[in-house]
Design a protein around this ligand. Sequence first.
Ligand code: KG4
Ligand code: ZN
Length: 339
Amino acid sequence: MRESEGGVDILSSVVTSQTELHADFGGVVPEIAARAHAERLDGMIEEALAKAEIGFEGLDAIAVTAGPGLIGGVISGVMSAKALAFALDLPLIGVNHLAGHALTPRLTDGMAYPYLMLLVSGGHCQFLRVDSSEKFTRLGGTIDDAPGEAFDKVAKLLGLGQPGGPKVEIEAAKGDATRFKLPRPLLDRPGADMSFSGLKTAVLRCRDALVAEKGGLSEQDRADICAGFQEAVRDVFTHKLRRALDGQEGLTGVAVAGGVAANKPLRAALEAVCAEIGLPFMAPPLALCTDNAAMIAYAGLERFHAGQRDGMDLKARPRWPLDQTSPAMLGSGKKGAKA
Ligand code: KG4
Ligand code: ZN
């Protein structure tokens, strides 16, 4: 990434997927994930530099994801970054993965602070007021599962393959969302907190009822379930967005980020709410919604300008909530807050 007059240019963005390595196991296997990170990182760094047409000598700083996430992969990245920073005598900057997502609208559109961010990924779901690269205030979030997790689970229940989000979106486009009545959890409660685990269970029941009745699911059944599910998620997002915006002063706009923000009907629904309220809405290009290193480089750049540097004692953190002041919503036990 290089700074330019208009903002920043992404010189290269190399992404590798491990999906096929975990496919036989029905979920991510931590040991396989850690090993794949360690094995692939060197080659990816080389590829990123080659595509950017710069060498190590062209770098000014090294930014790296220092958490939160599966610890083996995070450690592989942090160790590689430390080795590079040490060998090249460059500043090292640890970045929170979620800050990478939350700052993406600044990378792509130079969005000014403060703005409201709906961060929706495989592991997270929260409304954040973003006041600076360091100041995030959670206005609401999921009290159980993340929507991405729910999309993946629904895809699994219907035999659609992984990652589930894009598969469910494609099926939903062919379906009738009104056929199955699925719940919209917590809509009747005040505040911007959300819940998705009941919705997931409702999809399971719906599938089982169809199997019991007809012995299996047709293509149309699958599409209708996906459409109903996606519409339920849409309704939760749009209602809770209005609640999260309630009483917030001075916002420049609303943005989404994280893997689920790649979903086009969900983006459109959020955009419609913003248009009605009269706030600009920003959704990053699809490739910058899902996990990528460019967003980490950008968040690192903001920290770099703020004079923040990390030492060789930078720790890989499995848990690292963005909002350090609000009470923990998830996983507040011995291991620390997840969000
Ligand atoms: O942000 P991300 O790439 O990884 C992290 O979790 O950090 O998000 C991945 C999640 C997965 O659960 C995936 O199913 C979901 O984002 N996802 C989608 C879509 N594309 C990816 N969910 C709904 N619709 C999509 N088009
Ligand atoms: Zn992510």
